[in-house]
Design a protein around this ligand. Structure first.
Ligand code: GAL
Length: 679
């Protein structure tokens, strides 16, 4: 069921190479979504002139242009796009040409109401916004294929087009009759017989036994809690169905003779598509990232998303397809990003493996729902701090050309299972306060602060290259994933496993027996009950000789554990579980039987990470240090200058200056150091 890392197909490698060639040719890509159809022709001339001035090399065209290209069913209005592509090409700007299929024209819903999605309450969504398509509706799929095919046939050989972008942020979900039909077909294929489905979903509970696949509906609004197995399969179905939409258009583009890489923009830890199962279909991983400038730890959080983007591409360079130049307009209250912050965020993506940095969007919209969303070129024009910031970034990216194609080498991995996340997010658990992504962020954050490069790996991935493997929370651990963990430990890797892992099977049903069933031999301990902890948590006490964190506590969730061979490093000091093991160690495997406070997590990770070096030793607070290929990126997200020791004779690619043995990175500033031998 869950797709592990797999060897890329030959065609994937070939098209991946096309992305590598593009970047080798153009340097780090720099640009954004460009929507010239929203502006009169005179503006286009100013656009390309300013793009050139800012060093823009790459723009995504046509994402929301369906009704402009096809104002009437079957009509084709290519002239404007011909002109735009020629104009961009004439100015040396490469184009990522989008199929406009994320936003069908209103006529499609009028002619084919079944193409409009239905929400879980049975409400059919109207045109007037965007994304109003039902992924399973044949009439939508056919209309999307027709426009994508014609677009590709017309422009596959256009010299401006260097990449294809299918749709936009696939994430539409439909609970209507079209989805119901397709869901049934998907279930029939998966289970073969209704008896097998009834067994897998255990429909005896609450009298849900189905006579036939035709009785099944998507998890629509029901009187009370839904069957979690049904919801889980619907998640899988939705992800697969959207992927089919992507694949159909991608294949049409290829059939039209396109040789450029084809991708779509993912959205980090987005719940509606399983990134692991999609990754092999994209020639380059493209990701949209909108860290909130109001959230102090957003640099840490976005670092995790960037590591995911790199890991989805098995370490190959990825593309930051969208970010905001300043404020977004979709949060209830939108704080701006300073130009310095925008630059630092962009350099952070490069540090963590991106070979390009793009924005939504080039020119700030005058009208429409996103009229207040920032852009590279704001309403006020080029004589602005924001545009000067964009020019500065363009110049920086040009200087960073030597990093193109280089990789981040990680010796630490964190397991993340998309489908387990779905299963573990269903309601009616011991606590709803335990959140997979929050825990992942905490654990990854501990590594981020230490400057330790980390890959995110799917269950079943080959772990042989890692010295340390972390499982912050993985609700479902199937046999292949458990075997990989066991083999990694046997081969000498150190493992740290967090609570509430290996709880359920692939249908979300609880594994019976002492917990965690698939891991208890590995951890040398086993539990018998999951308990929510009181709001203020409980104290832990460490055995003599252990480094004792000062405020050692556990909160949210704990396990009533006993050891079966493991050493007890800490016990619960009070409450229901007083005296029971809270932190254990079984040779190379640490186990946390509760959500522990930061200091406890840090102490355990320190022990497990012994000997794994960060990009620099002990980075000062706020300094992000990442080694990518030969380059050492130092990004100061903090408020104080960061002074660290660096190899003397390093050159800062951003300034061309040589450093002595120490480097000082001012707050909000960055350095990208390459060691230069002085001979
Ligand atoms: C993205 C989307 C863009 C734009 C942007 C605004 O989700 O792909 O088209 O809407 O958000 O932040």
């Amino acid at each position: 069921m869950i797709t592990g890392a797999r060897a890329p197909r030959t065609t994937e490698l070939a098209q991946g190479d096309a992305f590598a060639r593009l970047c080798a040719d153009r340097g780090l890509l720099f640009g954004g979504d460009y929507n010239p159809e929203q502006w009169p022709r005179e503006v286009w001339q100013e656009d390309v002139a300013l793009m050139e001035r800012a060093g823009v090399t790459f723009v995504t065209v046509g994402v929301f242009s369906w009704s402009t290209l096809e104002p009437e069913p079957g009509a084709r209005e290519w002239a404007w796009l011909d002109e735009v592509l020629d104009l961009l090409h004439g100015h040396g700007i490469a184009v990522d040409l989008a199929t406009p299929t994320a936003s069908p024209p209103p006529w499609l819903g009028i002619l084919h109401p079944e193409t409009l999605p239905v929400d879980r309450d049975g409400v059919r969504l109207a045109a007037g916004s965007r994304n109003q398509f039902a992924p399973s509706a044949r009439a939508y799929r056919d209309a999307a294929l027709r426009i994508a095919t014609d677009l590709a046939e017309r422009y596959a050989a256009h010299p401006a087009v260097r990449m294809w972008h299918v749709g936009n942020e696939f994430g539409q979900v439909d609970y209507g009759d079209e989805a119901a039909r397709a869901f049934r077909a998907w279930l029939r294929e998966k289970y073969g017989s209704i008896a097998a489905l009834n067994e897998a979903w255990d429909t005896r509970v609450w009298s849900q036994g189905y006579r036939d696949f035709d009785d099944i509906v998507p998890p629509r609004r029901a009187p009370y809690l839904l069957n979690p197995a049904q919801t889980l399969d619907f998640h899988r179905f939705t992800s697969d169905e959207l992927r089919e939409c992507f694949r159909e258009q991608r294949d049409a583009i290829r059939r039209a003779g396109a040789t450029q890489p084809i991708t779509t923009n993912l959205m980090g830890f987005f719940p509606l598509v399983d990134g692991w199962s999609w990754a092999g279909d994209l020639d380059v991983i493209a990701d949209d990232q909108y860290p909130d400038p109001a959230v102090p730890d957003s640099p840490q959080k976005v670092a995790l998303v960037q590591d995911l983007a790199r890991s989805l591409g098995q370490g190959r360079p990825w593309l930051l397809m969208e970010q905001a130049a300043s404020a977004v307009s979709w949060r209830p209250h939108n704080l701006p990003k300073s130009p310095a912050r925008m630059r630092l965020d962009s350099l952070q993506a490069i540090a963590r493996g991106a070979d390009g940095v793009c924005f939504f969007q080039w020119r700030q919209a005058r009208a429409g729902a996103e009229r207040f969303h920032s852009a590279m070129l704001p309403h006020a024009g080029a004589d602005t701090d924001a545009f000067r910031g964009v020019e500065r970034l363009g110049a920086d990216l040009a200087r960073l050309r030597p990093v193109v194609g280089s990789r981040v080498d990680a010796r630490v991995a964190i397991l993340f299972d998309w489908q387990g996340w779905w299963a573990g997010s269903e309601p009616a658990r011991p606590t709803m306060r335990h959140d997979t992504i929050e825990q992942l962020e905490r654990w990854h954050g501990a590594l981020w602060r230490r400057g330790i490069a980390t890959d995110i790996v799917p269950p079943g991935a080959d772990l042989s290259r890692y010295e340390v493997v972390l499982v912050s929370h993985s609700y479902v651990i199937e046999d292949d994933a458990a075997d990989r963990l066991r083999r990694a430990a046997a081969a000498g890797a150190r493992l740290v496993i967090g609570p509430f892992s290996g709880v359920a099977d692939a249908h979300g049903a609880i594994l019976t027996g002492r917990s965690p069933v698939p891991l208890r031999d590995l951890i040398g301990a086993s539990g018998e009950e999951w308990v929510g902890l009181p709001d203020d948590g409980v104290a832990l006490s460490f055995r003599p000789g252990e480094p004792v964190p000062t405020t050692a506590r556990a909160s949210i969730l704990a396990e009533r554990l006993r050891t079966d061979g493991a050493e007890v490093l800490a016990t619960f000091a009070e409450g229901e579980l007083a005296g029971r093991p809270a932190v254990t160690r079984n040779d190379r495997v640490w186990y946390l039987a509760a959500v522990v406070s930061e200091d406890v997590l840090a102490a355990v990770l320190d022990a497990a990470l012994a000997g794994v070096s960060g990009a620099v030793p002990d980075p000062p607070q706020g300094l992000e240090a990442v080694r990518r290929g030969d380059a050492l990126f130092l990004l100061n997200h903090g408020d104080a200058a960061a002074d660290i020791e660096v190899p003397s004779g390093s050159e800062d690619l951003l300034t061309g200056q040589r450093t002595s043995r120490r480097a000082t990175v001012a707050p909000g500033e960055a350095m990208v150091l390459i060691e230069r031998r002085t001979t």
